[in-house]
Design a protein around this ligand. Structure first.
Ligand code: C2E
Ligand code: MG
Ligand code: MG
Length: 311
């Protein structure tokens, strides 16, 4: 057989900061991984920028490990609502990190490190537990809370058992919890993913497919997996315009039609402007989530906003 090879190479030059031979190897390894990230079949020199980024990763990892034991991670909640009536249907839990020096951090500031190091799983369980604690309050204002499930969980045979045990411990009815999974989670673990989602679905938990439209957007996934809801990724909304020639409008209309014909709820994510909202209404999309309606906020602020009497 003819073989095609695409080597990824990392190169580190000896530098005064190196004390031991292993440190040069470590740096070349970091450069090698960058070659892989950049698409393989290339070489990368370990330079100051890579050094800085490796240091940052180390710092974030150290801080994150400490954060796990210091209650610095907690959920914000963003309403998902009926676009016309503005009735809040549920809340998505979005992890936040109250960093002792850097202030409030968003997932974009730390989720790469959390995923690389595997800490995302522990973080998720911390968030899930807080959601269970907050749910009785949230249920005064809506029907459910939705949690994001990192692809790594679908690699654990006992994920569904553990989640069901957690909600039982807190006396939460499965119907009051949604989980959000992305297509890449299912692509990574198709069989175990199917088994776990089916188990959760049979127990009564609703399943949302998150960020639809960014990945493979596979129609086969839509009917194969036991889904309840399709969340249209916010990237579509940036180019949606109420005009007959607007291609995004046609695309979103088509995605909505597929979702509805498969019996799924359809939620548009990331709605920022009145124009986007009116496009969605014109298409017939009932449910939306976005800064136009409500930004993610701490539970106290959600209560003040939606239920001022109780705050
Ligand atoms: P996602 O699940 O798709 O969540 C929606 C993201 O869109 C949130 O970003 C939300 O703040 C943002 N968003 C909502 N409305 C608007 C809008 O109108 N404009 C813009 N520009 N953004 C809007 P966030 O909170 O930064 O979270 C980013 C991603 O991090 C989430 O995307 C999800 O994939 C992940 N994530 C968040 N919380 C968790 C968690 O507890 N566990 C795991 N595993 N992942 C999480
Ligand atoms: Mg989500
Ligand atoms: Mg999303």
């Amino acid at each position: 057989k003819e073989l095609f090879i695409s080597p990824s190479i990392g190169i580190a030059m000896s530098h005064e900061r190196h004390q031991e031979p292993d440190e040069i190897l470590r740096d070349s390894d970091i450069a090698l991984y960058r070659s892989k990230e950049l698409g393989r079949n290339r070489f990368t020199f370990f330079d100051d920028a890579l050094h800085q980024s490796a240091l940052n990763t180390l710092i974030i990892e150290g801080d994150l490990r400490r954060a796990l034991t210091r209650n610095e991670l907690f959920p914000f909640y963003q309403p998902m609502l009926n676009i016309s009536s503005k009735k809040v249907m549920g809340f998505e839990a979005l992890m936040r990190w109250k960093h002792p020096h850097r202030g409030l951090l968003l997932p974009g500031d730390f989720s790469d490190v959390a995923k690389e190091t595997g800490l995302i799983e522990q973080i998720d369980w911390i968030i899930y537990e807080q959601v269970c604690r907050d749910l009785p309050v949230l249920l005064n204002m809506a029907d459910y809370a939705s949690i994001n499930v990192s692809p790594r969980h679908l690699g654990h045979d006992d994920f569904a058992d553990r989640l069901l045990a957690l909600i039982t411990e807190y006396g939460i009815a499965p119907a009051n919890l949604n989980i959000e999974v992305t297509e890449d989670a299912l692509i990574e673990r198709p069989e175990l993913g199917m088994k776990l989602l089916t188990q959760l679905k049979l127990a009564g938990i609703r399943i949302n497919l998150d960020d639809f439209g960014t990945g493979y957007s596979s129609f086969s996934y839509l009917h194969k997996y036991p889904l309840d809801c399709l969340k249209i990724d916010r990237s579509f909304l940036s180019t949606i315009v109420n005009h007959p020639d607007n291609k995004t409008m046609h695309l979103v209309r088509a995605i909505h039609a597929v979702g509805v014909s498969l019996g799924l709820d359809v939620i548009a994510e990331g709605v920022e402007t009145d124009e986007q909202s009116s496009c969605l209404q014109q298409i017939g999309i009932v449910l939306g989530q976005g800064n136009l309606y409500a930004r993610p906020a701490a539970i106290e602020d959600i209560c003040k906003m939606l239920n001022p009497a109780s705050a």
